[in-house]
Design a protein around this ligand. Structure first.
Ligand code: NAD
Length: 279
């Protein structure tokens, strides 16, 4: 982690999906930058272990992001324990159902959507409830490069992550006059349990995952939770005071090349004439 600068001194954040991966990395970075953090997650043991590591600046909220009462309670815990809610990071997620659209069970669609999109809606709704009263706050939601392009993730995941960006823009517009900024982050492949499960079949194989992601990365190295946490820190801090409705893509440049990366830009030089022939 780079040198800390106290950019979140005295602020309080709720981070969903904070027991693992990007959320855990962000909780560590936010606390190092002076924030108090509510670690909100389904995973009780891992969440409590992180809170024990972070000390007095952190509390654990057992929270399923699809459950409105539990999201509301995590938000209210921030105010009750630390006096405010300055940053809401809607980050919890799963890969969800994969497979052909023609064979997709409706229940599986609904389940994946409920975690990836309804969860972000509920976090945004309850953060807005508290932040509107305060007249300040920052809401950040985790989308994905699959929220920018098709073909980078399963159908429901892709639809939900596009939805996160749409919701971000729409709510940014409503809440700007109240002093609340709303942004999204679209990570590319990042080394976490989620990608480990997909790339190696073993959620614990972070080393193997790191190698695989690095080999496909335009920059030649893999993204880490700290890389995404640094983007969240920027958006959460006053450095981003004029930034709202934005999606910050953190993907080593992967999405600049669409789904056919390098197609026209490798090999020796060729020129096409008007007939479409190589000259
Ligand atoms: N890792 C990547 O390459 C990558 C890329 C793009 C986007 N993302 C997104 O980043 C976010 C974090 O994922 P990660 O890679 O850190 O994965 P991760 O599996 O390490 O962490 C996800 C966390 O979310 C929690 N969670 C899942 N369902 C929940 C629910 N219903 N309620 C509360 N918590 C729940 C899990 O318990 C876990 O702690 C997700 O939204 C994911 O879609 C990840």
């Amino acid at each position: 982690m780079s040198q800390t600068t106290g950019r979140l001194q005295g602020r309080t954040a709720v981070i969903t999906g904070a027991a693992s991966g990007i959320g855990a990395g962000t909780a560590r970075m936010f606390v190092a930058e002076g924030a108090n953090v509510i670690v909100a997650d389904l995973q009780v043991e891992a969440g409590q272990a992180l809170v024990a590591e972070l000390g007095d600046a952190a509390r654990f909220a057992e929270c399923d992001v699809t459950n409105e009462d539990q999201i509301a309670a995590a938000v209210d815990m921030a105010v009750a324990e630390f006096g405010s809610l300055d940053v809401m990071f809607n980050n919890a997620g799963i890969v969800g159902i994969v497979g052909k659209i023609s064979e997709m069970p409706v229940e599986a669609w609904d389940h994946t959507m409920s975690i990836l999109l309804r969860g972000v809606f509920l976090g945004t709704k309850h953060a807005a409830r508290v932040m509107s009263e305060q007249g300040s706050g920052v809401i950040i939601s985790t989308s994905s490069t699959a929220g920018i392009l098709g073909g980078l993730g399963p159908h429901v995941y892709t639809a939900a992550k596009h939805g996160v960006i749409g919701l971000t823009k729409s709510v940014a517009n409503e809440l700007a006059p109240l002093g609340i900024r709303v942004n999204a982050i679209s990570p590319g492949n990042t080394v976490t349990a989620m990608t480990a499960a997909v790339t190696t079949g073993d959620a614990g194989d972070l080393e193997g995952t790191n190698e695989k992601i690095a080999s496909g990365s335009p920059l030649g190295y893999a993204g880490t939770p700290d890389d995404i946490a640094a983007a969240a820190l920027y958006l959460a801090s006053d450095d981003a005071r004029y930034v709202s409705g934005h999606t910050l893509v953190v993907d080593a440049g992967q999405t600049t090349a669409g789904m056919t990366p390098q197609r026209f830009n490798t090999g020796s030089s060729r020129q096409y004439n008007e007939a479409g022939r190589v000259t």
